[in-house]
Design a protein around this ligand. Structure first.
Ligand SMILES: [Zn+2]
Length: 439
């Protein structure tokens, strides 16, 4: 996809004129294509001609007012007057990618290389980040916007981001991320988890900050290793889940604690999902413990989590090797799963590119998945099947689905996963968010 080619249609030029900015010579750069220059419309209308949804037959996808209005065989009945259109050149189309676990407030992406410092371990990294973030201007709207643009360029159109809430920042991180996300005019969706990175009970005052965040409309409340950070699992879990119950907010807890200790805390959360009526609202992030206990205990735990509508997110850490979350066991139990990038290029780690398809590759590779149906399912976890993380149950290339479409030069979803080609076109709610330059 490149709208600057000589054969660019007049319709495509109109689409660009409405949704982006052209160079004098007709070329388009990512910076100029920055979505926050694309007008304030909340949704768009666009005809994407000749693409192959999920690798199937060629279709024209018509998006009207941000939603997919039709998918018709190429050339059949989608001719419209005055609708901006793009020639998809037979590329593979998949739904917009969903990053179900990010930290878009933490990164030093766009700044000079920041050598890693601080002590190892979760608490050592927390202390290091607290000490150094002000020097780097973290959190900052410009940095967050750079991170969001990076994620969009890799095909992401919806993000659930944890955002630090602590005694030093208060709500400033959330306000910063809201400001950066607003620049995308609704074409990119960013939902926020108020995240007590520095602990909850061990930092008196943080619990009320979390309550304030949810009361002000933050979608979810976070937690962090209740046993090893606060050393009071019942206390932290009771506190955050009482708040969530009061406001019917989501809960999304980072749980690195291993094996029995981790599972014990998930069981505590299960009890409180029932107590506070939080069915369908509680997520366990990481949850390594699930893969570390014996099969019978895992089966019983997952069955209970499934009954309670609980979900899990993973960033597929390579250090876990094959001990990744068991995709098919979760699916069988009805436990929804999402993939995320975690923090990228930040004071915790220099790794990460912001491409959730790269995480999908890690997850599939580490898990030993090789069959087409399994590889396709991993791509679905990174897109349609991960969209529960932003509250969507209709995120797919279907009539009525949100007009979030990614085009790639790939044969099929499996090829996309294992090869990771560049994203040619990224559309969010019918608006062009990104087009690859230079071809
Ligand atoms: Zn995280």
């Amino acid at each position: 996809m490149h709208t600057c080619a000589d054969e660019r249609s007049a319709e495509a030029e109109r689409a660009e004129a409405e949704q982006g900015e052209l160079c004098d010579d007709g070329s388009m750069t990512p910076a100029q294509h920055s979505p926050h220059t694309a007008g304030a419309a909340q949704s768009g209308t666009l005809l994407i001609r000749n693409v192959r949804p999920w690798g199937g037959g060629a279709r024209d996808i018509l998006i009207e007012d941000g939603r997919i209005a039709s998918l018709t065989p190429v050339g059949e009945g989608s001719a419209r007057v005055s609708v901006p259109e793009i020639d998809g050149r037979g590329l593979l189309a998949v739904p917009g990618l969903v990053n179900a676990h990010a930290h878009v407030d933490k990164s030093w992406w766009g700044l000079p290389w920041e050598s890693f410092g601080g002590e190892p371990g979760t608490d050592g990294r927390i202390r290091h980040e607290r000490a150094e973030r002000d020097r780097l201007g973290i959190p900052g709207a410009d940095i967050t916007r750079t991170v969001l643009e990076r994620m969009v360029a890799s095909g992401t159109t919806a993000i659930r981001s944890h955002v630090d809430v602590d005694l030093g920042l208060g709500q400033r991180g959330i306000e910063t991320v809201r400001e950066a996300a607003a620049g995308f005019g609704g074409a990119l969706e960013v939902q926020i988890v108020a995240f007590p990175q520095d602990g909850v009970l061990r930092r008196p005052g943080v619990m009320s900050l979390l309550r304030d965040a949810v009361q002000a409309g933050t979608e979810s409340i976070g937690g962090l290793d209740p046993a090893t950070i606060d050393r009071d699992p019942v206390g932290q879990i009771d506190g955050i889940m009482e708040i969530a119950g009061e406001f019917s907010a989501g809960v999304d807890v980072h749980l690195h604690d291993p094996a029995d200790l981790g599972v014990f805390q998930i069981e505590l959360m299960c009890e409180r999902v029932e107590r506070h009526g939080l069915q369908g609202l509680v997520n366990i992030a990481h949850g390594f413990a699930v893969a570390q206990v014996d099969a019978a205990r895992r089966r019983d735990l997952l069955a209970r989590m499934g009954e309670l509508g609980m979900s899990m997110t993973t960033v597929a850490p390579p250090r876990l090797g094959a001990q990744q979350l068991p995709m098919r066991e979760l699916e069988k139990a009805g436990v929804r799963l999402g993939l995320g990038t975690d923090g990228i290029r930040d004071l915790w780690s220099p790794y990460g590119t912001g491409d959730v398809m790269g995480i999908a590759w890690q997850f599939a590779r580490a898990g030993g998945w090789v069959r087409d149906e399994d590889l396709t399912q991993v791509v679905r976890l990174a897109s349609s099947d991960g969209a529960w993380a932003v509250g969507r149950d209709d995120h797919d290339l279907v009539v009525g689905g949100r007009g979030d479409v990614v085009l790639v030069d790939a044969e099929n979803p499996m090829d996309l996963l294992v090869r990771g080609p560049q994203r040619e076109l990224v559309v969010g709610a019918g608006r062009i968010l990104h087009q690859r330059d230079g071809r």
